[in-house]
Design a protein around this ligand. Structure first.
Ligand SMILES: Nc1nc2c(ncn2[C@@H]2O[C@H](COP(=O)(O)OP(=O)(O)OP(=O)(O)O)[C@@H](O)[C@H]2O)c(=O)[nH]1
Ligand SMILES: [Zn+2]
Length: 207
Protein backbone atom coordinates (compact mmCIF):
# COMPACT_ATOMS: atom_id res chain seq x y z
CA UNK A 1 0.00 0.00 0.00
CA UNK A 2 1.44 3.42 -0.92
CA UNK A 3 2.43 5.62 1.99
CA UNK A 4 2.47 9.40 1.82
CA UNK A 5 6.01 9.66 3.15
CA UNK A 6 6.30 13.32 2.19
CA UNK A 7 3.71 14.14 4.86
CA UNK A 8 6.31 13.47 7.56
CA UNK A 9 9.57 15.34 8.09
CA UNK A 10 12.54 13.29 9.31
CA UNK A 11 14.94 15.04 11.71
CA UNK A 12 18.55 14.41 12.70
CA UNK A 13 19.45 10.90 13.80
CA UNK A 14 21.54 11.24 16.95
CA UNK A 15 23.30 8.90 19.35
CA UNK A 16 21.42 8.43 22.62
CA UNK A 17 23.27 6.60 25.37
CA UNK A 18 20.70 5.53 27.99
CA UNK A 19 20.76 3.72 31.30
CA UNK A 20 19.45 0.70 29.37
CA UNK A 21 22.11 0.75 26.64
CA UNK A 22 23.25 2.69 23.58
CA UNK A 23 20.51 3.74 21.18
CA UNK A 24 19.89 6.37 18.50
CA UNK A 25 16.98 8.78 18.41
CA UNK A 26 15.24 9.98 15.27
CA UNK A 27 12.54 12.69 15.49
CA UNK A 28 9.66 12.99 13.04
CA UNK A 29 7.14 15.76 12.49
CA UNK A 30 3.77 15.53 10.78
CA UNK A 31 3.49 18.41 8.34
CA UNK A 32 -0.28 18.74 8.62
CA UNK A 33 -0.44 19.32 12.38
CA UNK A 34 3.13 19.76 13.64
CA UNK A 35 2.85 16.69 15.90
CA UNK A 36 6.29 15.35 16.81
CA UNK A 37 6.90 11.63 17.17
CA UNK A 38 10.18 9.79 17.69
CA UNK A 39 11.93 6.51 17.16
CA UNK A 40 14.41 5.03 19.60
CA UNK A 41 16.41 2.65 17.45
CA UNK A 42 19.20 0.15 17.89
CA UNK A 43 20.95 -0.99 14.73
CA UNK A 44 20.31 -0.37 11.06
CA UNK A 45 17.52 -2.05 9.16
CA UNK A 46 16.95 -3.30 5.64
CA UNK A 47 13.60 -4.24 4.20
CA UNK A 48 14.53 -7.94 4.49
CA UNK A 49 14.94 -7.76 8.28
CA UNK A 50 12.24 -8.73 10.75
CA UNK A 51 12.63 -6.12 13.45
CA UNK A 52 11.54 -6.30 17.08
CA UNK A 53 9.33 -3.23 17.34
CA UNK A 54 7.27 -1.46 19.97
CA UNK A 55 4.63 1.06 18.90
CA UNK A 56 4.14 3.05 22.10
CA UNK A 57 1.38 5.60 22.60
CA UNK A 58 2.42 8.51 24.80
CA UNK A 59 1.22 8.30 28.39
CA UNK A 60 2.60 11.25 30.35
CA UNK A 61 1.22 9.95 33.63
CA UNK A 62 2.70 6.48 33.24
CA UNK A 63 5.82 7.11 31.13
CA UNK A 64 7.04 10.24 32.95
CA UNK A 65 5.64 10.06 36.46
CA UNK A 66 5.41 6.33 37.14
CA UNK A 67 1.63 6.31 37.53
CA UNK A 68 0.28 3.01 38.84
CA UNK A 69 -3.09 3.56 37.12
CA UNK A 70 -1.87 1.90 33.90
CA UNK A 71 0.94 -0.36 32.68
CA UNK A 72 2.52 2.02 30.13
CA UNK A 73 5.68 3.08 31.95
CA UNK A 74 6.74 -0.47 32.78
CA UNK A 75 5.87 -1.63 29.27
CA UNK A 76 8.09 1.07 27.79
CA UNK A 77 11.06 0.08 29.96
CA UNK A 78 10.53 -3.61 29.27
CA UNK A 79 10.42 -2.91 25.53
CA UNK A 80 13.68 -0.93 25.68
CA UNK A 81 15.33 -3.72 27.69
CA UNK A 82 14.08 -6.38 25.25
CA UNK A 83 15.56 -4.48 22.31
CA UNK A 84 18.84 -3.94 24.13
CA UNK A 85 19.08 -7.67 24.90
CA UNK A 86 18.28 -8.51 21.29
CA UNK A 87 20.89 -6.04 20.01
CA UNK A 88 18.54 -4.58 17.42
CA UNK A 89 15.06 -3.10 17.27
CA UNK A 90 12.91 0.03 17.31
CA UNK A 91 10.50 1.84 19.57
CA UNK A 92 8.16 4.24 17.82
CA UNK A 93 6.92 6.73 20.41
CA UNK A 94 3.73 8.33 19.13
CA UNK A 95 2.02 11.48 20.39
CA UNK A 96 -1.26 9.67 20.95
CA UNK A 97 -1.82 10.65 24.58
CA UNK A 98 -4.97 9.17 26.07
CA UNK A 99 -5.53 6.72 23.21
CA UNK A 100 -5.62 9.73 20.90
CA UNK A 101 -7.88 12.11 22.86
CA UNK A 102 -5.09 14.24 24.39
CA UNK A 103 -4.10 14.99 27.97
CA UNK A 104 -6.96 17.37 28.86
CA UNK A 105 -9.57 14.86 27.78
CA UNK A 106 -7.71 11.94 29.36
CA UNK A 107 -7.84 13.77 32.70
CA UNK A 108 -11.57 14.35 32.19
CA UNK A 109 -11.82 10.60 31.61
CA UNK A 110 -9.78 9.92 34.76
CA UNK A 111 -12.12 12.16 36.77
CA UNK A 112 -15.11 10.20 35.47
CA UNK A 113 -13.28 7.01 36.46
CA UNK A 114 -12.73 8.39 39.96
CA UNK A 115 -16.52 8.63 40.06
CA UNK A 116 -17.10 5.03 39.02
CA UNK A 117 -16.96 4.72 35.24
CA UNK A 118 -14.53 2.36 33.57
CA UNK A 119 -12.03 3.51 30.94
CA UNK A 120 -14.39 2.78 28.04
CA UNK A 121 -17.50 4.29 29.60
CA UNK A 122 -15.55 7.46 30.35
CA UNK A 123 -14.42 7.87 26.73
CA UNK A 124 -17.94 7.25 25.45
CA UNK A 125 -19.38 9.73 27.97
CA UNK A 126 -17.03 12.38 26.58
CA UNK A 127 -18.17 11.67 23.02
CA UNK A 128 -15.12 9.70 21.91
CA UNK A 129 -14.67 6.17 20.66
CA UNK A 130 -13.05 3.86 23.23
CA UNK A 131 -9.84 4.14 21.20
CA UNK A 132 -9.30 7.05 18.79
CA UNK A 133 -5.86 5.94 17.58
CA UNK A 134 -4.92 5.34 13.96
CA UNK A 135 -1.76 3.57 12.93
CA UNK A 136 -1.00 5.07 9.51
CA UNK A 137 1.56 7.42 11.04
CA UNK A 138 3.31 4.46 12.68
CA UNK A 139 3.46 2.67 9.32
CA UNK A 140 4.86 5.78 7.60
CA UNK A 141 7.59 6.13 10.23
CA UNK A 142 8.45 2.42 9.98
CA UNK A 143 8.75 2.77 6.20
CA UNK A 144 11.02 5.78 6.63
CA UNK A 145 13.24 3.59 8.84
CA UNK A 146 13.19 0.82 6.15
CA UNK A 147 11.22 -1.46 8.46
CA UNK A 148 8.59 -3.58 6.69
CA UNK A 149 8.45 -6.78 8.74
CA UNK A 150 8.13 -6.70 12.50
CA UNK A 151 7.87 -8.75 15.64
CA UNK A 152 5.49 -6.51 17.55
CA UNK A 153 5.73 -6.06 21.31
CA UNK A 154 2.07 -5.67 22.30
CA UNK A 155 -1.00 -7.20 23.92
CA UNK A 156 -3.35 -5.15 21.76
CA UNK A 157 -4.85 -6.90 18.71
CA UNK A 158 -6.07 -3.57 17.24
CA UNK A 159 -2.47 -2.46 16.88
CA UNK A 160 -1.66 -5.54 14.82
CA UNK A 161 -4.69 -4.93 12.57
CA UNK A 162 -3.96 -1.21 12.29
CA UNK A 163 -0.38 -1.76 11.17
CA UNK A 164 -1.30 -4.61 8.83
CA UNK A 165 -3.91 -2.38 7.16
CA UNK A 166 -1.14 0.07 6.37
CA UNK A 167 1.21 -2.45 4.79
CA UNK A 168 3.36 -3.54 7.73
CA UNK A 169 3.85 -7.28 8.02
CA UNK A 170 3.40 -8.35 11.64
CA UNK A 171 5.28 -11.64 11.52
CA UNK A 172 4.97 -12.33 15.24
CA UNK A 173 3.47 -10.82 18.38
CA UNK A 174 5.63 -10.69 21.47
CA UNK A 175 3.51 -10.27 24.63
CA UNK A 176 4.41 -7.37 26.89
CA UNK A 177 3.03 -8.44 30.23
CA UNK A 178 3.38 -6.33 33.35
CA UNK A 179 2.27 -7.64 36.72
CA UNK A 180 -0.80 -5.67 37.77
CA UNK A 181 -1.16 -3.66 40.95
CA UNK A 182 -4.28 -2.72 42.94
CA UNK A 183 -4.56 0.60 41.08
CA UNK A 184 -4.53 -0.79 37.53
CA UNK A 185 -6.12 -4.22 37.90
CA UNK A 186 -9.62 -2.98 36.94
CA UNK A 187 -8.20 -1.04 34.00
CA UNK A 188 -6.35 -4.12 32.74
CA UNK A 189 -9.43 -6.26 33.23
CA UNK A 190 -11.53 -3.82 31.19
CA UNK A 191 -8.92 -3.85 28.40
CA UNK A 192 -8.93 -7.63 28.36
CA UNK A 193 -12.70 -8.14 28.53
CA UNK A 194 -13.88 -5.27 26.37
CA UNK A 195 -10.98 -4.34 24.11
CA UNK A 196 -9.73 -7.87 23.50
CA UNK A 197 -6.27 -7.38 24.97
CA UNK A 198 -4.36 -10.62 24.99
CA UNK A 199 -3.42 -11.75 28.46
CA UNK A 200 -4.56 -14.03 31.23
CA UNK A 201 -5.48 -11.65 34.01
CA UNK A 202 -5.92 -14.34 36.65
CA UNK A 203 -2.34 -15.46 36.12
CA UNK A 204 -1.28 -11.90 36.81
CA UNK A 205 -3.57 -11.06 39.69
CA UNK A 206 -2.49 -8.06 41.70
CA UNK A 207 -1.29 -8.75 45.19
N1 LIG B 1 -8.62 7.79 27.21
C1 LIG B 1 -7.87 7.11 28.08
N2 LIG B 1 -6.61 6.82 27.73
C2 LIG B 1 -5.87 6.12 28.59
C3 LIG B 1 -6.36 5.70 29.85
N3 LIG B 1 -5.37 5.04 30.48
C4 LIG B 1 -4.31 5.03 29.64
N4 LIG B 1 -4.60 5.68 28.50
C5 LIG B 1 -3.80 5.86 27.30
O1 LIG B 1 -3.78 4.62 26.64
C6 LIG B 1 -2.65 4.54 25.79
C7 LIG B 1 -2.03 3.16 26.00
O2 LIG B 1 -3.00 2.25 25.62
P1 LIG B 1 -3.13 0.81 26.21
O3 LIG B 1 -4.47 0.33 25.79
O4 LIG B 1 -2.75 0.82 27.67
O5 LIG B 1 -2.06 -0.03 25.57
P2 LIG B 1 -1.85 -0.24 24.07
O6 LIG B 1 -0.71 0.64 23.76
O7 LIG B 1 -3.05 -0.07 23.25
O8 LIG B 1 -1.50 -1.79 24.02
P3 LIG B 1 -0.11 -2.45 24.34
O9 LIG B 1 0.65 -2.41 23.04
O10 LIG B 1 -0.41 -3.83 24.75
O11 LIG B 1 0.55 -1.64 25.42
C8 LIG B 1 -1.77 5.71 26.15
O12 LIG B 1 -1.94 6.70 25.15
C9 LIG B 1 -2.36 6.20 27.47
O13 LIG B 1 -2.20 7.60 27.64
C10 LIG B 1 -7.70 6.02 30.19
O14 LIG B 1 -8.23 5.67 31.24
N5 LIG B 1 -8.40 6.73 29.27
ZN1 LIG C 1 -0.57 4.75 30.69
Amino acid sequence: MPQKETTVLVGERVKLPTKYGDFELVPFQEKKNGLEHMALVKGNFTENDTVITRIHSACATGDLFGSLKCDCGDQLIKAIQTIEENGKGAIIYLQQEGRGIGLMNKMKAYKLQENGMDTIEANLHLGFAPDERKYQIAAIILNLLHIKNIKLLTNNPDKIDGLTEHGIQVVERIPLIIKPNPFNINYLQTKKKQMGHLYEINKLAAQ
